[in-house]
Design a protein around this ligand. Structure first.
Ligand code: AMP
Length: 427
């Protein structure tokens, strides 16, 4: 299968060839013909599958093949809504790349920066607008954007949008779109609330599912530490100070958690930087630049901020918190071990995260090796919060440590646990 046989037109083929794409990826092979026919699409796929080209190419082609006759400023004919600035920028770059011989213009808008450059670009007129939800609504309210001419709408990373609390913004945006349009909806996971949202947005969509890349995950050496929530910072320091760690990307579930780690590491004279959505665009780009150039060895990120960011030559990924979406784990650890390099992924699991661990191991079809030779090993008992604190304490101190009844471990799994420590080389 080639892009030509999928029906992609010459001006776009030329641009794709210049990018070195010889064959369409599975999501592109499935989605492009559906979208060229003008049908709605529900795509279950994540970043890294070639999803952006899967929607950008047919949108560009449909706009190119159906030019608007009216004179005057270009009208926004396609709207892509995506949760983070980084993704928005990357999507805009893709539209520019694939559309460079079509004459179709795009622009990108996102919060955290002054709006002037964005409104000036909008005033010049674009056919494709890529936006994060908050800034989009803001500029609509100020009269800089009208969605009344939108023929193609894309909701990208819908599960992230909901995780980030964008549901109300999304509803408001949808309400402003023309009823007759082609709608595309992408999400890495399809929990019930996402399915419900997709039904509100899509007519009678074609469904396309692409499994996350597991091959990358298989190349990565994965280890697990059972540790209590309170001991996680100590364990992190222990690893960073004693193990042979080159550049490490640490994932936390919250922005607050990411900031806290920077402070803790700073006190121990380990320089690190955090990237998350509360940081300005400039601060994020700087932190990323420092990390890529090797100036900082430790970068702490939330999933949302780290999505779509390409960082190669990463020796370690540390999951300070386990993600509640198992695909996110695959996505996180896929950031190490690239281009044939051997990567190491270390995950911290406290008592409350056992359920997440179970889902992750089910998805990757692997029992992650447990490191027992570590000073903060925890039995994973979740202490019932209703009991008085002193009672909890005594109960916990009497629970056996080693082969205790780990809720997530079968006897055969226990056999796989190894005593392992990394080479103890002071940094
Ligand atoms: P995405 O999932 O859209 O973030 O794309 C992931 C990466 O795959 C991007 O760096 C794209 O440039 C690249 N890519 C997309 N489609 C193809 C293709 N057909 N062949 C090779 N690389 C591709």
């Amino acid at each position: 299968m080639t892009f030509k046989t999928l029906g992609v037109i010459d001006p776009i083929l030329k641009a794709i060839e210049a990018e070195g794409y010889s064959h369409p990826t599975p999501i592109q092979e499935k989605s492009i013909p559906i979208l060229l026919k003008g049908k709605d699409l529900l795509g279950c796929a994540q970043t890294g599958t070639g999803k952006t080209a899967a929607f950008a190419i047919p949108i560009l082609q449909n706009i190119y093949n159906n030019p608007v006759k009216s004179k005057g400023r270009r009208k926004i004919r396609a709207l892509v809504v995506t949760p983070t600035r980084e993704l928005a920028i990357q999507i805009a770059e893709s539209f520019t790349t694939y559309g460079k011989y079509t004459g179709i213009r795009n622009t990108v808008i996102f919060g955290g920066v002054k709006q002037l450059a964005q409104t000036q670009s909008l005033k010049q007129g674009v056919e494709v607008l890529i936006a994060t939800p908050g800034r989009l609504l803001d500029l609509i309210d100020q009269g800089f954007i009208s969605l009344k001419d939108v023929e193609y709408s894309v909701l990208d990373e819908a599960d992230r949008m909901l995780d980030m609390g964008f549901i109300h913004d999304i509803r408001k945006i949808i309400a402003k779109l023309p009823v007759v349009r082609q709608s595309l909806f992408f999400s890495a996971t399809m929990p019930p609330d996402i399915v419900k949202l997709s039904r509100k947005i899509l007519g009678n969509p074609e469904k396309v599912t692409v499994k996350p890349e597991q091959t990358t995950a298989e190349k990565v050496e994965q280890f697990l530490y059972y540790v209590s929530k309170k001991d996680k910072p100590k364990l992190l320091l222990h690893i960073l100070k004693t193990d042979e760690v080159g550049s490490v990307l640490i994932f936390t579930r919250t922005k607050h958690g990411a900031n806290k780690i920077v402070k803790i590491l700073g006190k121990a004279s380990i320089v690190s930087e955090a990237i998350h959505s509360n940081k300005s665009q400039g601060a994020r780009q700087r932190a990323l630049g420092n990390f890529k150039s090797g100036k900082t060895k430790v970068l702490i990120a939330t999933d949302i901020a780290a999505r779509g960011i390409d960082i190669d030559e990463l020796s370690h990924v540390i999951n300070f918190d386990l993600p509640n979406i198992p695909e996110t784990y695959v996505h996180r650890i896929g950031r190490t071990g690239r281009a044939g390099a051997s990567g190491i992924a270390l995950s911290f699991c406290d008592g409350e995260e056992r359920a997440y661990l179970k889902d992750i191991q089910k998805l990757i079809d692997l029992t992650i090796t447990v490191i027992e030779d570590q000073p903060f090993e925890d039995d994973g008992t979740v202490i019932e919060t209703k009991k008085p604190a002193n009672q909890n304490k005594s109960k916990k101190s009497f629970v056996g440590r080693r082969n205790s009844n780990r809720r997530n471990s079968s006897p055969s799994e226990n056999k796989q646990k190894v005593k392992k420590s990394f080479s103890r080389r002071p940094r």
